[in-house]
Design a protein around this ligand. Structure first.
Ligand SMILES: CN(C)CCSCc1cc(N)cc2c(=O)[nH]c(N)nc12
Length: 370
């Protein structure tokens, strides 16, 4: 299959900047990927998402296969055409969402049978079906192997069993994905918080050959910030330096900063839009909630340092009013601003790496949160 060119431009310690060249456009890394679960980045037009500087967005196999349906999406020209996003898209393989959303699941070596959390209809996912949905029907540029996200906490034995299953499912994913000129498949490394298992999962994924990148799964599942950083300390060095590393489902700005520092290149998280819908505004000093009374007459913009109309045009008092009044524009403005803030954070880290100033950036960022 395709292994997209990944050019490393600068390094600073374990951190690096790069460009992942996909058939639908280049991704500057470290990159934050806004989440477009149901073919929409909730409350934000795709043109606005593009203007924030996002190069790539995420779609979710689980949600889209249930509604509108993978075969229907294919009949409608595929996911990019359907939602109007012309750049690269990455889709998750679906297994994670089965465990977090669906009921009445039956798991076997073959795959997983489950009922839709929407209408109770019966569905199945397997490595083969997940590849068919992602690559053939949705047309994702970057597809994820079908895996099992190991529960946390797990014993070493449970983590090994789960890791071995993901490795076998990865082999079947590679087989079904086959050789495609314009699409690539990422592995997902498991092993929970155990160093020996993480190193083994990485090495055995690499030895299968053919993956275009390596995701670190099984984190952001309740282990906490310190444990996540410790796992990255020994997992990143176990992965090839010349391929992208994607930390799935992460995270808050401090999680992203510490992970970039340790050599991670790609991130996705629902925080900017989900927290925005509840009034949360992200900034270097940590999030604040615009609903608070202190903002009722604060005429300053949401964040003058972020180059985005949402951040610079609207006052805190106005957005405070909108959120308190449950006006949908409030959720839209905050979602747009938060995505722009995350993109601005990635751009500042890319610049810091290029200037060999990431240590100072991270130190300052940590201090700003105290
Ligand atoms: C929109 N995003 C939250 C969904 C994409 S990331 C989902 C996701 C999150 C986390 N934390 C771990 C895993 C994991 O181990 N495997 C898979 N396939 N997906 C994962």
């Amino acid at each position: 299959m395709a292994v997209f060119p990944f050019d490393i431009h600068a390094t600073d310690g374990a951190a690096r900047t790069g460009t992942l060249q996909t058939a639908r456009g280049d991704i500057q890394t470290p990159a934050f990927m806004p989440v477009g679960t149901a073919a929409t980045v909730k409350g934000v037009y795709m043109e606005q998402v593009r203007q924030t500087g996002a190069d790539v967005i995420l779609g979710n196999t689980y949600h889209l296969m249930l509604r509108p349906g993978a075969e229907r999406l294919a009949r409608l020209g595929g996911l990019h055409h359907f939602c109007g996003w012309g750049g690269p898209m990455l889709t998750d393989s679906g297994g994670f969402q089965v465990w977090s959303l669906s009921k009445l699941r039956k798991m076997s070596e073959q795959g997983v049978e489950f009922r839709s959390h929407i209408d109770g209809s019966r569905h199945m996912l397997s490595p083969e079906r997940s590849m068919e949905i992602q690559a053939d029907l949705l047309g994702a540029d970057i597809c994820m192997q079908f895996d099992e996200c190991t529960a946390y906490p797990s014993t070493h034995e449970q983590a090994r069993t789960s890791m071995e299953l993901s490795l076998r499912w990865g082999e079947r994913s590679l087989e079904r994905f086959g050789d495609r000129p314009d699409q690539t498949l990422f592995a997902i490394v498991q092993g929970s918080t155990f160093e020996d298992l993480r190193i083994e999962s990485a090495a055995r994924s690499v030895s299968l050959g053919g993956y275009g990148g390596y995701a670190i799964g099984g984190l952001a599942v309740g282990e906490g910030h310190e444990a996540m950083c410790r796992v990255l300390d020994f997992t990143c060095p176990a992965l090839p330096t010349d391929r992208p590393r994607y930390l799935m489902g992460v995270g808050k700005p401090i999680d992203i900063v510490e992970a970039v520092y340790r050599g991670v290149d790609m991130f996705d998280c629902v925080i900017p839009t989900r927290s925005g819908r509840h009034g949360q505004v992200w900034a270097d000093t940590g999030p604040y909630n615009i609903r608070k009374a202190e903002f009722a007459e604060d005429d300053t913009p949401l964040d003058a340092t972020v180059n985005c109309p949402a951040s610079q045009t609207y006052s805190k008092a106005y957005v405070h009013h909108l959120i308190r009044s449950q006006e949908m524009l409030g959720q839209m403005i905050l979602s747009w601003h938060n995505i722009a803030y995350f993109q601005d954070l990635m751009a500042r880290m890319r610049r810091a790496i290029h200037a060999s100033e990431l240590d100072a950036f991270v130190t300052e960022f940590r201090r700003g949160l105290t």
